[in-house]
Design a protein around this ligand. Structure first.
Ligand code: MZP
Length: 500
């Protein structure tokens, strides 16, 4: 047997050291854009994300509602594969009906002034719609617009409320008086808001379409249904039924696929990749994994993977290490694979993005994973806690929780994920069925995480993920210094202690 000289390490055993923070290295200047699929030196990845977060290929995590919410916030979901081909394709197509934006309509314009019916607008653009009315309920001359809109907000609340619908990529600039849609300077506001304005014949503003790609459309504010930019969605596949599943998912509009497996260092994975690349060429993007070392990386890179997923056994619900003794500490795995990826890039000029999958417990560990060479992270537990995850919200004692079960649990029975070529059975569990604390809406939680990540990156003096990967200084911590990192040697105040 071969013995590794170093023990297998986890994220919890590392910290980042601060670097010089220059005055322009502030959270607003941090760019978290990241590549998802491989690209050649000097080119750009065809698929990039605004934030480096993707949700796990799991029944308890990634359905269409999760995918819409996460894509709206700049990330990506991979719709779970452990369901029928038809059901999975249906989820993908539901996500593809949406576009990355909202249409805000003034419901108080005169019907004869309105050029666009909100129902048609919704159908044409795929945007969700918000009607602005006097009191946020049913008042408004265009009653049809009010009732058919997805959300209603009052004029008074407009500037405040609209922020809630905006993703971190839309900048809201509010004037002294707030924003009134019927004001003469609305068009100026529309530009400042990074919106596509829709105006009537007399140049009055009827709708604001929030969009990040506004620049493209500034020239012609009337053009609404030109645009193919819909929300991005990924989908899991397995190494059994790919000849039928892949065509159905592509037909439904999946932007990227990923082979879902606990062990990706197998010939079943290279067969699956070969079939996809031989059938569709490079236009279909597919990730593979999971692997934990240089050999696994090179195997999947040579087999044609567009990105490679790292991690065997770090997941919060995973008991693969206990059941089979297979796995590796996630930090050690990532460090070795990232080095292999960098060497591969120097040798071939092809950059293959890495996804660190599972085991993230604290927000800073996302930054640590990126610093160690991941381009994005996949999380299950994190997303399972939100309103948008597919599972039930329950009350246990006085706390709300959400259900979260593993793909290798008896509940999910995703035997294909553990495929070893035998008969189609899950003979023993590799994951557990559990609860996670309920945490509310995805948007607020992701915003908070992003803010924390940006703060960490500012301390590291890095304004982008590649800069972080280049500059980060990472240290191992001793078990006693971990204790030093939390509150210690003080009496923590508790709500139920009375002051005297
Ligand atoms: P976490 O974010 O909850 O720590 O980990 C999520 C990851 O655990 C998933 O993306 C997947 O790779 C992995 N997973 C899912 N089911 C199992 C299992 O049954 C598992 N063992 O390990």
């Amino acid at each position: 047997a071969f013995y590794y000289a170093e023990p297998s390490r986890t994220f919890n055993e590392f910290l980042l050291l601060p670097n010089l923070t220059k005055k322009d290295c502030v959270p607003d200047n941090i760019n978290l854009m990241t590549p998802v699929t491989k690209y050649k030196q000097g080119e750009e990845s065809e698929l990039r994300l605004n934030i480096p977060l993707v949700s796990s290929i799991m029944q308890a995590v990634s359905n269409d509602s999760m995918a819409v919410a996460l894509a709206r916030n700049g990330g990506l979901s991979f719709i779970f594969v452990s369901q029928s081909i038809e059901a999975q394709a249906e989820m993908v197509s539901k996500v593809k009906k949406f576009k990355a934006g909202f249409v805000v309509s003034d419901a108080n314009v005169r019907p004869e002034d309105s050029l666009i019916d909100v129902v048609k607008l919704k159908e044409q653009t795929g945007h969700s719609t918000i009607a602005v009315t006097d009191d946020g309920t049913s008042h408004g001359r265009l009653l049809g617009m009010v009732t058919s809109s997805d959300y209603r907000i009052s004029r008074a609340d407009y500037s405040q409320k609209v922020k809630e619908f905006m993703t971190p990529f839309h900048k809201l600039v509010v004037g002294k008086e707030g924003i009134a849609l019927s004001e003469a300077n609305d068009l100026v506001w529309a530009h400042k808001l990074n919106c596509l304005p829709v105006i009537d014949k007399e140049q009055r503003l009827l709708h604001l379409v929030f969009r990040k790609d506004y620049e493209l459309h500034k020239a012609n504010p009337y053009e609404l249904s030109d645009d193919k930019k819909r929300l991005l969605v990924g989908a899991g596949i397995n190494t059994r039924d790919y000849t039928e599943r892949v065509p159905a998912l592509l037909k439904a509009g999946a932007d990227v696929l990923c082979i879902d497996s606990s062990d990706g260092f197998t010939e079943w994975q290279s067969d699956t990749l070969s079939w996809i690349k031989n059938t569709y060429g490079e236009k279909v993007k597919v990730g593979a994994g999971n692997i934990v070392d240089k050999e696994g990386f090179l195997f999947l890179a040579e087999a044609g993977a567009d990105f490679i997923k790292v991690g065997v056994g770090p997941g919060s619900i995973c008991i693969t290490r206990e059941q089979k003794g297979i796995g590796r500490g996630q930090a050690s795995a990532l460090i070795e694979v990232a080095q292999a990826r960098n060497e591969y890039f120097i040798k071939t000029g092809v950059y293959i993005p890495l996804c660190s999958d599972g085991g993230i417990v604290h927000d800073y560990q996302i930054v640590l994973a990126l610093a160690m060479g991941a381009d994005f992270v996949m999380m299950g537990r994190y997303f399972a806690r939100f309103d948008e995850s597919p599972t039930k919200k329950l009350m246990i004692g006085s706390n709300f929780v959400k259900e979260y079960w593993a793909e290798g649990s008896n509940k999910a029975r995703n035997w294909q994920r553990y495929d070893l070529g035998g008969n189609k059975e899950l003979e023993f569990e590799e994951g557990v069925d559990s609860y996670v604390p309920y945490a509310g809406a995805l948007k607020e939680n992701v915003n908070l995480t992003i803010n924390k990540m940006k703060s960490t990156m500012c301390n590291c003096g890095a304004k982008s993920i590649p800069e972080l990967q280049q500059k980060a200084r990472i240290t191992l911590v001793s078990s006693t210094s971990i204790r030093e990192g939390g509150a210690h040697d003080v009496i923590l105040k508790e709500n139920n202690l009375k002051e005297i």
